[in-house]
Write a protein that binds this ligand. Structure first.
Ligand code: UT7
Length: 314
């Protein structure tokens, strides 16, 4: 996580908002923000080095690097290539994927498939974001939500470590415009006009995203447990994408599960898109919330729309 803390009180000085409103409507108290020229690949590099140390692999062991991000260092080359260079993973192929807040689960599923097929042995998957670079700090409806950060995991075939039992991916492109950064792509390249329209920032229809998130996440969790011949009660911990505490609470209520079965750290970091799930996995592990043999469900929802889940035997 970057060192600079942006609190709700700091935001009170920037836009017409209050600490109370932000906590009541989102559960967020503060978020971390990059400074001094730090960029997405820097955060991802730190997270990747720590993940590799934990996993006992060296950069030369990596066959592939997959990074999920909506705030790449550049549109091209991929942020994974910068990470490859920074960590010295000279043998690794490298590419990025773009599936917004569900991106980390998409990336993990690609890594899992490559490893299971036998094509490669060791894949580094990173989720990293500098959302502060695409957040409009004059728009109170969006700027209170987002933060920066990174997390990473190493995926390998192993008989002794945690096992990914299944991943499920979904998308609905018909709702692409409800959560979007309109400027900067082929449809609207950077221009004086696009800058004046503030098109290079995240824009969303908050209420619609909110409703669809709860609906789709709940259905996917239930489908995923069925697919694995499990019941919802078998799941020991749900690690949801951290976009709004009320989304997490409503989902748990619909599932009939107590909030103790959900991991929450949105109060400290806000919504970090692709980085949110790997950051949460790391914290849950450090806090002793993940015990060997536990069934863990990762679930995320975001722009695209895209959503996905993953069941892990810890
Ligand atoms: O990872 C996926 C991305 N996540 C999302 O896109 C977030 C999904 N949506 C949400 O989390 C919620 O919809 C928000 C947190 C964005 C908004 O919460 P809400 O309960 O849906 O609030 P609202 O948009 O209905 O706004 C209620 C009121 C409005 O005032 P009026 O019209 O009732 O007078 C807003 O103008 O709150 C006002 N408002 C604010 N007031 C103080 C909106 N933003 C703020 C603010 N501070 N920051």
């Amino acid at each position: 996580m970057p060192g600079k803390v942006l609190t709700n009180y700091d935001l009170e000085k920037m836009v017409d908002t209050t600490d109370d409103w932000i906590i009541q409507r989102t559960g967020i108290k503060q978020r971390r923000i990059v400074e001094n020229g730090q960029i997405t690949s820097d955060l991802a590099t730190q997270a990747s080095l720590r993940a590799m140390e934990d996993a006992g692999v060296s950069p030369r062991d990596l066959d592939m690097i997959i990074t999920s991000t909506i705030t790449p260092d550049h549109i091209f080359p991929s942020t994974s290539c910068f990470i490859q260079q920074k960590i010295g993973a000279t043998r690794a192929g490298a590419f990025d994927i773009l599936a917004a807040c569900a991106g980390f689960i998409y990336a993990m599923s690609i890594a899992q498939s490559f490893v299971n097929s036998g094509a490669v042995e060791t894949v580094l998957v990173a989720g990293a974001e500098c959302l502060s670079t695409i957040t409009d700090y004059t728009d109170r409806t969006t700027c209170v939500l987002f933060g920066d950060g990174a997390g990473a995991v190493v995926i390998q075939k192993s008989l002794t470590q945690h096992e990914i039992l299944s991943t499920s991916l979904a998308a609905d492109g018909s709702q692409a415009d409800i959560l979007i950064m309109p400027g900067g792509g082929a449809r609207s390249p950077a221009s004086l006009e696009s800058i004046q329209q503030r098109a290079h920032y995240i824009q969303f229809k908050g209420k619609e995203v909110f409703k669809l998130a709860i609906q789709n996440i709940t259905s996917l969790i239930l489908e995923t447990v069925n697919k694995n011949n499990l019941t919802i009660e078998d799941i020991d911990l749900i690690i949801p994408h951290q976009s709004n505490l009320r989304i997490i609470e409503a989902t748990m209520e619909k599932l009939g599960l107590p909030m103790e079965k959900a991991f929450v750290n949105i109060d400290k970091y806000g919504n970090t898109s692709s980085a949110s799930i790997p950051i949460a996995i790391d914290e849950a592990r450090r806090e002793g919330r993940l015990r060997r043999g536990d069934l863990v469900m990762l679930v995320a929802f975001g722009g695209g729309l895209t959503w996905g889940s993953s069941v892990i035997r810890w």
